[in-house]
Design a protein around this ligand. Sequence first.
Ligand code: COA
Ligand code: AMP
Length: 639
Amino acid sequence: MLDQSHSRYRQTYADWKADPAAFWGAAAKDIDWVVPPAAVFDPAHGVYGRWFTGGVCNTCYNAVDRHVSAGRGGQAALIYDSPVTGTKRTLTYADLLAEVRVLGAVLRDLGVEKGDRVVIYMPMVPEAVVAMLACARIGAVHSVVFGGFAAKELAARIDDARPKAVLAASCGLEPGRIVAYKPLLDLAISMAEHKPDACLVLQRPELAADLVDGRDHDWAERRAAGAAKGYGVDCALVGATDPLYVLYTSGTTGKPKGVMRDTGGHLVALRWSMENLYGIKPGEVFWCASDIGWVVGHSYIVYAPLLMGCTSVMYEGKPVGTPDAGAFWRVIEEHKVVALFTAPTALRAIKKEDPEGTLLAGRDLSSFRTLFLAGERADPDTIHWAEDRLKVPVVDHWWQTETGWAIAANPVGLGALPIKPGSPTVPMPGYDVQVVDEAGKPVPAGTMGSIVIKLPLPPACLPTLWQQDQRFREAYLDTFPGYYNTSDAGFIDADGYIFVMGRTDDIINVAGHRLSTGGMEEVLASHPDVAECAVIGVKDALKGEVPCGFVVLKAGERRAPDVIEKELVALVRERIGPVAAFKLAFTVNRLPKTRSGKILRGTMKKIADAESWTAPATIDDPVALEEIAAVLKARGLGG
Ligand code: COA
Ligand code: AMP
């Protein structure tokens, strides 16, 4: 057994398990409530119970107003650092308050009321954070859509969320290219059945967008007019169980799942995590180098650091190429960052460009205490590389869009436990994590199985999918009754350390981005020349995994396969977006299948990953697998 005596983790976890209501009730005291909750947890409410029922509060108040009232108005709330535009800007808590008051009023003017949805389609600019907080302020429900998604994906989210308004920027900036957001938004609205009443468009100097008469409004003009008239809204009274936001994530089909986050539980769990998991104090500088389009960005660029009264760094750039692989070390030094939270893929990108860490030379990283990693499995090589060069603990932690905060982590604030590379360490209070076999029976320590969480899920986790209780039950609760199915597979060792090894469904993780291979198959299958197809995730040294599609063309197809393959690559980019990173499409004569017709994706993946493989006994024709190996080999893949 490892020595864990110096950490308060074991005692804290035991305290939670002994009395969850007392534990979360105490944590809720760090939040300002207008009306304290009548119950910490009400099992009779919602699909599996709801947290802090009867409570009334406001997320924006807790993130902004209360810090200004407490004398933090002059402290930096947000530091915007944008190597792609060559600009930096700091917003104090007082500035942020002024901005959210005005934008809240502008939203009201555009007809947005409490409970209405607002889609935010914006890059990493401070106005995007102001937009999220302004929605929270008036009780509107935001739904942020990542800029790397195509118009069709945006349209699907507009149709599901049915927003009153869309807040967008004219463009985003990727290294070497300007991504024109507004034409994508216009196309998405034309594709969607639901039409928002208004769009508020932030014109960026790099590219101005055309505005549609009667529907589109210029952000800066509306803001200036509002400020001149002294506009400003106070915080709306929001129920603890009312939604704060809906964030769409890949499901097992092309139709994304709308993960709903409620107000009270989210406030309580995120505030608890900043102190006890991340070990951060008010006034310190926290940097999460993700994007506000992902859950990690929602929780740790925007909400948690602000709830804690910290300074949050908002970085519009990449780990490499903006301008070089030393960019992260520059930001840490310049803004005196105490903790960085990023994805392992970002470190792999840095390691590839600067394997010896020469760009660290001369940097003063004395403020820097901890590196947190999440989004995909942190491979031990990357962890060791970072530890050796940065000389700080490298903490892997595991979570999902659905949970909103870490399921398993090494709780630095409670006293870090010994690190086991390859493991995100131990379950956080609130999560009773178990590993079960296909029948739902717990398996012994060290045995692989499905990772499940005993209900109820802790505060901040999704109470349901947006207006789809039944889909929520089917997707997460029905497989193992009484448990939430994470769809991750792994094991728990004899020390209680969790190891997350991969997904049990069709989700793949590409550069820390979660994508559905099923969704990509739907796109490939829609090509007129494709008879059938299969998409798998294959190992990639930089991105962890990349998608790889195999297609069988319709009989009689006379066009050259390489032309069709190029069309397929372009089609996925057009329908799902560049973020899918779909670049590998291979024509094959047939797909390997079992006698009952099931495509052998698992074995195909082993072949592509150059792992040892055997043809399953149920295979229809073993030669089909050899054909796949030959096609991959011809393209330099599969060993
Ligand atoms: N808007 C528009 N396009 C975007 C985009 C955005 N916000 N983000 C990414 N893209 C595009 C990229 O430009 C790229 O396009 P390309 O095919 O024309 O080159 C494509 O989507 C794939 O992007 P990505 O997978 O990010 O690859 P990359 O080669 O551009 O960068 C890394 C590789 C490792 C540097 C980058 O993926 C990275 O920083 N990852 C960290 C991920 C992360 O923080 N995830 C959050 C979870 S914690
Ligand atoms: P997302 O919802 O985009 O955050 O992706 C969640 C999925 O990413 C999880 O279900 C895991 O498969 C994977 N994941 C995230 N963090 C980790 C981690 N630290 N270790 C292993 N897998 C991870």
